[in-house]
Structure formats: structure tokens, C-alpha cells
Design a protein around this ligand. Sequence first.
Ligand code: IPE
Ligand code: IPE
Ligand code: MG
Length: 248
Amino acid sequence: MSSVEGSTSVSRPAELMRVPQHVGIIMDGNGRWAQARGMARSAGHRAGTENLRNVLEAAADFRIPILTLYAFSTENWSRPAPEVRALLRLVQRVIDRELNELHSRGVRIRQIGRREGIDDALLRRIERAEELTRDNSELILNIAFNYGGRADIVDAVRALVREGMASEEIDEAAISARVSTAGLPDPDLVIRTAGEMRLSNFLIWQAAYAEYYSTPTFWPDFGREELYKALLAFQERKRRFGGLLSGA
Ligand code: IPE
Ligand code: IPE
Ligand code: MG
């Protein structure tokens, strides 16, 4: 296999025959990336946001229709206040810097996660990005921001109760229709960078049957070639969904 690094003209390498419909990425390891260079954690977060463009371009080239990026969890509020502030500022800056370009490339941006707790200036930007890009369909980009999988399920259950749904009518489809990714297929591949083997409260309802892929590479270094490797690994997986493989 030849390297695909930097080959922006390659739209979709021939080896990729089965691409997931929905890829989730737990973008982890910014702090360790910075520490390894003797830099402050905030420099790692900055490098992480600079990497977004690479990965989004590659995802579009590989024809991934839906991408969900874990940017800030409900648990990340427990970090030291200056780090939280730096992260929030970065999100704002990324929207300011990238929105027009993403829009012109047909990316539809949505935030998933709770809106409460996000300050007004950032919330306005998020809403503007969602509004501007709402009719785009090249790539659906969900930003999991102030997101927690358990909170997602709690909010879905609250919606059911508010609607007065009878308990015997509640089934998995009813919950799926009320979590933050309602209307989208569940992720079939979840990638985590920086080597941990846990979901850290990411899409825990939706990823029940996702294939899981972990790479030791820190997020700021996770580029086109790394994404490609994850997609190749996905393609090799034999998904059984609790049944037996046909012909087995
Ligand atoms: C991921 O990098 C960014 C967020 C969780 C917001 P980390 O900040 O978790 O980096 P490590 O895990 O400490 O290296
Ligand atoms: C998960 O990473 C959250 C995001 C990538 C936004 P964390 O670094 O917060 O997860 P833990 O603390 O290692 O579980
Ligand atoms: Mg981390």
C-alpha cells in the first residue's frame, strides 16, 4: 500500500471498499502531545484544533458521510478553570476561522450535547454555524460539545416523560429517536486516539455495536494516513451483531 499522506487529489483509494456511514472520534492526547514537547497543555489543544482541517478533508475524500467529534465532555468541566477557558476560547476561534470554508465545502455542522452551561457568545456562534450550514449534505459534522452519553440518555427519557408516552410504548426506537443523534444512523466505527481503551461517556447508547479502534497516536498527530488505517481495520472486521456470520 502506498502512502496516502498529503495526497489530497486521491478521492477514495481503491482499497477502501466498505466505508462506515458514521465515524465517531474521541480526540484524546492533546495534553500528552504537549508534555512530550515540554509545552503547556494549551499548546496541545491548539495543535489539536489545527489538526481538524486535515481530518475533515480526509474524511470528505474518503466519503465518510457522518463524523462525530468528541470535543468537550460534561466531565471536562472538572479540569482547572484556565484550561476549561482555553478550550472554550479555542472552540470559538475554530468556528470563526473555519466556518465559511466548511460551509463552502458543503459541511453541515451540528452541536450535540447540552446547551445549558455554554456562555452566550459561544452559543450564538454555534447556532449561527448550524443555521448557515443546515442545508448542506456533503458531510454531516456533529461536534460533541458539553456532551455526555449518560446525559444524552437522561434527556431522551425526560422527553419521553414530557410527551406522556405510556411505559409499554417505550422501546429502543423511541429512545433512539430522542437522543441527540436522532435521525442519523448509529456510529459503526469509534476511533480513540492516545491509546486509552474506554469510551469516556461518548455515545454510549448509539455505539452499542460500533467497532472500536484505538491508536497510540496523539490527536494532534492523527492525520489522513491514520484515518485511512482505521478505515482499513474497520473493513477487516467481521460484524456479527450477536448472530452468526452467514455461511458459518
Ligand atoms: C483531549 O486531550 C482534549 C479534551 C479532552 C478536551 P486531553 O486534554 O484529554 O489530553 P491528555 O489525555 O491529557 O493527553
Ligand atoms: C474524552 O477524553 C473527552 C474528549 C476527548 C473530549 P478525556 O481525556 O476527557 O477522557 P478520560 O479522562 O481519559 O476518560
Ligand atoms: Mg485525555
